[in-house]
Design a protein around this ligand. Structure first.
Ligand SMILES: [Zn+2]
Length: 227
């Protein structure tokens, strides 16, 4: 029976080496072609965007293969994609001058409990785990709680969106008992920044300093708005 078990193991191994973006076989999580397509969207670490009130460091532009990779992670249960995405983001962070300055607690932007239950995981938390493995920064996945579902955001104006998000987060139990000195937020996508600002607002209201946010992908429109 052992050879059967071995065969099953081998089949699983082969399955695992299919690129989740193009279904071609690969020895790594992503095949070389898809990896390269991803790199076309890479932004170099720069001080641009790293400005108050909420400094943002993005690995890439939200589009093409990067958009596809995030969608596969979130909606097709391709959770292993969190590893390369988290490691790439970590490498960018380590190359970034601002990263040398402080000891920070990494807090992924949480999903509302109902949404997380439906999806089975929080993609930002999976990316944050890989990010912390690589940077050595401590992780606190329960620093924030999404107290209100923000599903109804669609179709709202930017101002209404901001208003809607104002009470969207609460401080998590670990931070109520032992607040950290400074937090680095982490999310998969940064579009208007309203979610990130709402999360930062909640922490700052409790005297917890927010150093900035690192994201895998940033909408081009949000970069242009800032420039
Ligand atoms: Zn591929």
């Amino acid at each position: 029976m052992r050879w059967v078990r071995n065969l099953v193991g081998l089949a699983e191994l082969c399955l695992e080496s299919v690129c989740p973006l193009c279904q071609r076989s690969t020895a790594r999580v992503l095949c070389c072609d898809c990896q390269q397509r991803l790199y076309c969207l890479h932004l170099a670490a720069s001080e641009q965007g790293w400005q108050p009130p909420l400094p943002v460091l993005a690995w890439g532009v939200y589009g093409g293969a990067l958009k596809r990779a995030i969608a596969a992670l979130k909606y097709e249960q391709q959770t292993r994609l969190a590893q390369p995405l988290g490691h790439e983001l970590a490498q960018l962070w380590l190359n970034f001058a601002a990263s040398k300055k402080k000891s920070l607690m990494v807090v992924p932007i949480p999903l509302h409990a109902a949404k997380q239950q439906q999806r089975g995981f929080n993609q930002a938390e999976l990316i944050a785990k890989a990010f912390c493995q690589h940077t050595g920064l401590p992780l606190q996945s329960h620093g924030l709680i999404r107290s209100r579902s923000t599903e109804a955001q669609f179709g709202l104006s930017a101002t209404a969106r901001e208003h809607n998000l104002a009470g969207a987060f609460e401080l998590g139990e670990p931070f109520k008992t032992k607040p950290p000195q400074a937090v680095l937020l982490l999310d998969d996508i940064y579009t208007t920044g309203a979610t990130a600002r709402a999360a930062a607002y909640t922490l700052r209201r409790h005297q917890i300093s927010v150093y900035g946010i690192v994201v895998v992908a940033r909408a081009l429109s949000s970069i242009r708005t800032e420039a």
